[in-house]
Design a protein around this ligand. Structure first.
Ligand code: URA
Length: 198
């Protein structure tokens, strides 16, 4: 992680444009839209998932399908709106048939996530599910590591289940919702130093 340096005068729009023009892996030939990420970032929380699915590919927005509903619902139950957080994925284009991202796709696409992190300087990064948690933190078991703050390279991480994993498992849904509640408590920062535009 962090093989890129801060681009001079980088902005979320510039990163989104670079992603839109990206042809570094084969996913560019099957995508309908790139999905760079979305949010207002008032609470300086970044939420990172795996890869866009069908609905995200159609719209260019992250987490708007069934898994997204669970995530957005859990956030709004804890008074976190999309204006408070930046939501994105490790992979910015949909893999065909929602197959898991391949290692070369992750290694190629990570530069955009790194730029987003360097630019936004999140106070907390929430990783959703195994794919991103093992790639960024080397985590082997979400069950063991979820629900607490982890530190790496001067960044704070919080790991929980991917909302898609909770769709057919009520127990996981309860745990996921409890984790998001805990996360919302961790990020109850003083709003005054959070008003910065990018
Ligand atoms: N699953 C993800 O990991 N990301 C999305 O944007 C949608 C579903």
């Amino acid at each position: 992680m962090f093989n890129v340096y801060m681009f001079e005068n980088d902005t979320l729009d510039k990163i989104a444009l670079d992603i839109k023009n990206c042809k570094l892996c084969l996913l560019c030939s099957t995508r309908k839209n790139t999905v760079p990420g979305e949010g207002g970032f008032l609470k300086k929380l970044m939420i990172i998932g795996e890869a866009p699915g069908y609905h995200e590919d159609q719209s260019g927005k992250p987490f708007i399908g069934p898994a997204g509903k669970i995530l957005r619902n859990a956030l709004s139950k804890n008074d976190i709106s999309i204006q408070d957080v930046f939501i994105t994925n490790i992979i910015k284009c949909r893999p065909p048939n929602n197959r898991p991202p391949q290692i070369n796709e992750k290694n190629t696409c990570i530069q955009y996530l790194e730029r987003q992190i360097l630019l936004l300087q999140p106070k907390m990064i929430c990783l959703l599910g195994n794919v991103i948690s093992s790639y960024i933190l080397g985590i082997k078991s979400i069950t063991k590591e979820r629900g607490r703050i982890l530190h790496k390279n001067n960044l704070k991480y919080f790991v929980t289940y991917h909302p898609a994993a909770t769709i057919y498992n009520r127990n996981l849904l309860n745990i996921f919702e409890q984790d998001i509640k805990k996360l919302s408590e961790y990020i109850s920062f003083n709003y005054s130093d959070l008003q910065k535009s990018y």
